[in-house]
Design a binder for this molecule. Structure first.
Ligand code: CAA
Length: 256
């Protein structure tokens, strides 16, 4: 199996398992990732998705270059649309996602990590969008998501030079949330534990509101926030959270 999905407590863990090719993304693997996302969406009791790569060396070295070569132009377009639409499923997944970047995250691998809600990196992680070195440009969302995370000037420099971005720089420029010195999976489960106790609807409203922040004018973004915060206010979880505050006890959210 090149895409493995398992369950650890209340987290689903997706592992790209093709270490002999540094977990490069064939079209079959991308389809497998899409199917795994659909499975996670249907899982009961899952509150976060962690995504990582098999082996010590690589999260994912990007699209499978050998497979990309000599494909007709229409297939290339379909490939970009496939990768983009599969990674975009993460935006609407009922649970937040965390990329655990254990080594190389190049091309489509960096793009998969950027499509996640959060990114943690091991100290040896190296990010890059090296497509320019192949005479290509990023095709699975990199030109759109990188500037949203690090700003246009830095994104242009990283994409147009194809240079590597090591873990410490990735953290400094906001490409990753944190660099982890110890066990990455353990750190990922701990990190997820910081939000999995909260109401899933409230987490979903927060994600939706923040996702719109970069593509809407301020006045429209504030309208979206007002609408979503009103929806949150009407949930039973909000009632429970505010009651628990007054009663000086821990809230018991039921995702309703
Ligand atoms: N596609 C296919 N195979 C790949 C691959 C990829 N993206 N990356 C690595 N591999 C394969 C290698 O061909 C090699 O296989 P063989 O042993 O059969 O030759 C194996 O994985 C190990 O790789 P290396 O020997 O190259 O390992 P290394 O440690 O010397 O180098 C590396 C590691 C720097 C990551 C190097 O493998 C590399 O530069 N890989 C390509 C990275 C890249 O350009 N990614 C972008 C792809 S295009 C893209 O992703 C488009 C998009 O936007 C969707």
């Amino acid at each position: 199996m090149t895409v493995e999905l398992e369950r650890t407590g209340d987290c689903a863990v997706l592992r790209l398992n093709r270490p002999e090719a540094l977990n490069a993304l064939s079209f079959d693997i991308i389809r497998g990732i899409g199917a795994a996302f659909d499975e996670v969406a249907a899982m009961q009791g899952v509150r976060a998705l962690l995504i990582t790569g098999a082996g010590e060396k690589s999260f994912c070295a990007g699209a499978d270059i050998k497979e990309l070569r000599n494909r007709p132009l229409m297939d290339q377009l379909r490939g970009a649309e496939l990768g983009q639409s599969v990674f975009a499923k993460l935006d609407t997944l009922p649970v937040p996602s965390v990329a655990l970047v254990n080594g190389y995250a190049f091309g489509g691998g960096a793009e998969l990590a950027m499509a996640c809600t959060f990114r943690l990196a091991s100290a040896n992680a190296i990010f890059g969008l090296p497509e320019i070195k192949l005479g290509l440009i990023p095709g699975y969302g990199g030109t759109q998501r990188l500037p949203r995370l690090v700003g246009e000037g830095r994104a242009l420099e990283i994409i147009m030079t194809g240079r590597n971005v090591k873990a410490d720089e990735a953290e400094r420029i906001g490409l990753v949330n944190a660099v982890v010195e110890g066990d990455l999976m353990e750190a990922g489960l701990d990190f997820a534990g910081r939000f999995t106790r909260y109401s899933l609807p409230a987490l979903g409203f927060a994600r939706r509101a923040v996702q719109r922040a970069t593509d809407l004018p301020l006045a429209e973004g504030l309208r979206v926030e007002a609408d979503l915060s009103t929806l949150a206010y009407r949930t039973e979880d909000a009632e429970e959270g505010m009651a628990a505050f007054e009663e000086k006890r821990k809230p018991e959210f039921k995702d309703g």
